[in-house]
Design a protein around this ligand. Structure first.
Ligand code: SF4
Length: 689
């Protein structure tokens, strides 16, 4: 069969938040090829291995093709009518017996903005439960909370273009070579480009660290001390922007006093770096005309994630490295639409970055939606980890997961399993079945995925891009949007919440009205304009160009951030610190990438990295099979990689694999502000399997 496409459909990658533009090749109604879109400003024709093989997921054998309802213990094919009637009946019955908040719903940054917006209204206004969150809480909630702490609102202030303009790029806990590979092309100094310095802060010698001019192999969770130490040197050396501090920030005097204790000697002790490394970093950052700080999960996946983000923002604020070209504190997001779901809200905020506790914000929404204002909740419900905890405690009796696979991605697997087993009714809506989570379900709803449905994604740099359908979904799978509207119809709220809606475009047009005048204003961008332009950025290339922040007095806030030791320090019994992370070939829990032979054959199994000194002490050899054991459980049969990538006393394993699930051993502690899990840093011991 020829695999030469008959047509190319312009779309956007559905994996990560880089947001690469691509062309999806179609022949005989099947997706047969993918190419990078050469006209797209983000990736300029390039794609990473996941993007290049993305068409393979569409007709993969693991696609969910029909609704399945558990009958006599067995998941059995049923019609959509039976599936959705049962779902609505069970939810209603449970809510009648136990209250509206006995239902918990977890969506995802894989959904299109139009779908997430539609879902938010359905859950909060239709089903009337406040317990609605996204799997994005496992990913970038700390960035959201940190931005709110410093600037009064979420919203990454910079753009990828800043990486090309910056004199200095400081990446903290961000292994972009594996996780956001196309951004390496924006960071790398190609011929004829402006020389710049790349500094990478990471306990591992990652592929990104190998690109750096200066790699700072900090001890786990000592990044706050390093950041405070850099601030100390900047203030001591006068490498700060006094005018900016004076005009646009609050709290400088207390902050300067606070960081005075973070001398290079003190910081060297905490971080394991040399005083020279710390000072050189501070001087490079402070002397740069424009300096960019990027971070991802090394910062966010921590019980101190939100305040670490605030500490990073401190550096940008005291040097005035914000609101201008090449200068930003920039959270590189995780999923393809993590930003769109942040903006369209109904999780940590109301749509359009509105606040639950702000009466004007609620009234504005009530007017647009034509509903009484008291229908809109005055406080957010439970965040994702608290939904799981409430299910274990029996307070939540029904769960609905959409395009997410918590049985691999949620920390502390045992607790999660208890939650999945304890609820009366578990609905899993996904493009794939079986997954580690759908195996527990009472009801499986087969959903269309990227390439089969229409809407928009918003990437890390606030660029709204169009995702277009190229092929029909398999079997009876339906777009999530259609499923949500069908449920609304059965609940009797469709006419009220979605008047005359027939397609995601109706959702988009309402979202344009809801976002109009807000920071994340989509009102001037039609679908057509977005598609024609290969994506459009709300807020332009930089936010806060005027130095005015959405706080009560318009000033950003400097925070004093102490560096707390992490909870589970190594001891005689569990002597290693485990770090977890990703590899370029796989996407999160491998629901999709395990279906792509090209990727799966490259990396079929998990592994454990250990330093040669530790391996010698334990008399282990390369490729030995080992077990990682923590106080919570053990993961056996990992291939041992003996490598200087990890420092002595530390080990690393990827988190993608259900069979060797790192979350059997991870800590299950959460950031008190963002509720993001601490996936990094727990104490383990290593045994021969
Ligand atoms: Fe897709 Fe991200 Fe790879 Fe780009 S870098 S092709 S958006 S997975």
């Amino acid at each position: 069969t020829s695999r030469i496409p008959e047509k190319w459909v312009k779309t956007t990658c559905g994996y990560c938040s880089v947001g690469c533009g691509m062309l999806l090749g179609v022949r005989d109604h099947k997706a047969v090829a993918v190419r990078g879109n050469p006209d797209h400003p983000v990736n300029r024709g390039k794609l990473c291995p996941k993007g290049l093989s993305e068409h393979h997921i569409l007709a993969a054998p693991g696609r969910a093709k029909q609704p399945l309802l558990r009958k006599n213990g067995v998941l059995t094919s049923v019609s959509w009518d039976e599936a959705l009637d049962t779902m609505v009946e069970r939810f209603r019955d449970i809510q009648k017996r136990h209250g509206n908040d006995s239902l918990g719903v977890v969506g995802t940054g894989q959904l299109l903005t139009e779908e997430f917006y539609t879902l938010g209204k359905l859950v909060q206004l239709g089903l009337r439960t406040r317990n609605h969150d996204g799997n994005t809480t496992l990913c970038m909630a700390s960035a959201v909370s940190g931005y709110k702490l410093s600037f009064g609102s979420d919203g990454p202030p910079g753009s990828y273009a800043d990486m090309e303009s910056a004199d200095v790029i400081l990446l903290i806990g961000a292994n972009i070579a594996d996780n956001h590979p196309i951004l390496c092309h924006r960071v790398d100094r190609g011929p004829g480009t402006k020389p710049r310095r790349l500094i990478v802060v990471d306990p591992r010698v990652t592929k990104t660290a190998m690109m750096a001019d200066l790699h700072l192999p900090v001890k786990p969770r000592s990044d706050i001390a390093l950041i405070n130490g850099i601030a100390h040197i900047l203030i001591r050396e006068g490498l700060i922007n006094y005018d900016y501090i004076e005009q646009h920030t609050n709290g400088f005097e207390e902050f300067a006093n606070f960081v005075s204790a973070f001398t290079p000697t003190h910081v060297a002790l905490i971080t394991g770096l040399t005083e020279t490394q710390i000072t050189e970093t501070a001087l490079l950052y402070g002397r740069a005309k424009s300096a960019f700080i990027g971070w991802t999960m090394g910062v966010n996946h921590s019980t101190q994630g939100a305040v670490t983000v605030a500490a990073i923002n401190n550096l940008a604020l005291i040097t005035g490295n914000i609101g201008r070209t090449g200068a930003a504190p920039f959270s590189i997001t995780g999923q393809c639409n993590a930003m769109g779901t942040r903006e369209a809200g109904f999780t940590s905020s109301l749509p359009g970055y509105r606040k639950f506790d702000n009466p004007q914000d609620r009234e504005a929404l009530a007017r647009i939606w034509n509903i009484p204002v008291d229908r809109i909740p005055t406080a957010r419900g439970l965040a994702y980890p608290d939904i799981i905890e409430a299910a274990v405690q029996g307070k939540i009796k029904a769960l609905w997961f959409i395009a997410t696979n918590p049985a691999v991605s949620f920390p502390n697997y045992k607790l999660l399993e208890q939650a999945l087993r304890s609820v009366e009714f578990l609905v899993v809506q996904d493009g794939f079945h079986p997954t580690s989570t759908s195996e527990f379900a009472h009801l499986v709803l087969p959903a269309a995925i990227w390439g089969e449905k229409e809407g928009t994604y918003t990437n890390s740099e606030r660029r709204i891009s169009k995702a277009n359908p190229a092929v029909p979904p398999p079997g009876e799978a339906r777009p999530d949007f259609d499923i949500f509207l069908d449920i609304a119809d059965r609940l009797g709220v469709k006419a009220e919440l979605y008047p005359n809606w027939t397609s995601p475009h109706d959702a988009y047009q309402e979202w344009q009205r809801v976002s109009a005048g807000r920071m994340c204003d989509y009102s001037n961008f039609s679908w057509q304009q977005i598609d024609d332009a290969n994506g459009l950025q709300w807020g332009g290339e930089s936010l806060y160009r005027d130095g005015i922040f959405p706080t009560t007095d318009g000033r950003a806030i400097l925070h004093n951030v102490p560096c707390d030791p992490f909870k589970e320090q190594p001891d005689a019994e569990f002597s290693f610190i485990l770090n977890t992370g990703r590899t370029v070939e796989h996407w999160h829990t491998r629901t999709k990438t395990a279906e792509v032979d090209l990727l799966n054959n490259m990396v079929p199994n998990a592994w454990l990295e250990m330093n040669p000194l530790d391996a010698a002490n334990l008399e282990l050899k390369p490729h030995d099979r080992v077990t990682v054991r923590s106080r919570r459980g053990a993961v056996a049969d990992l291939e041992l990689r003996i490598t200087g990538i990890v420092a002595p006393g530390q080990v690393f394993m990827p988190f993608h694999f259900a069979e060797t699930n790192s979350n059997i051993v991870t800590l299950g502690d959460f950031d008190p502000i963002s509720r993001e899990p601490n996936f990094k840093q727990c104490a383990v011991r290593i045994e021969r399997t």
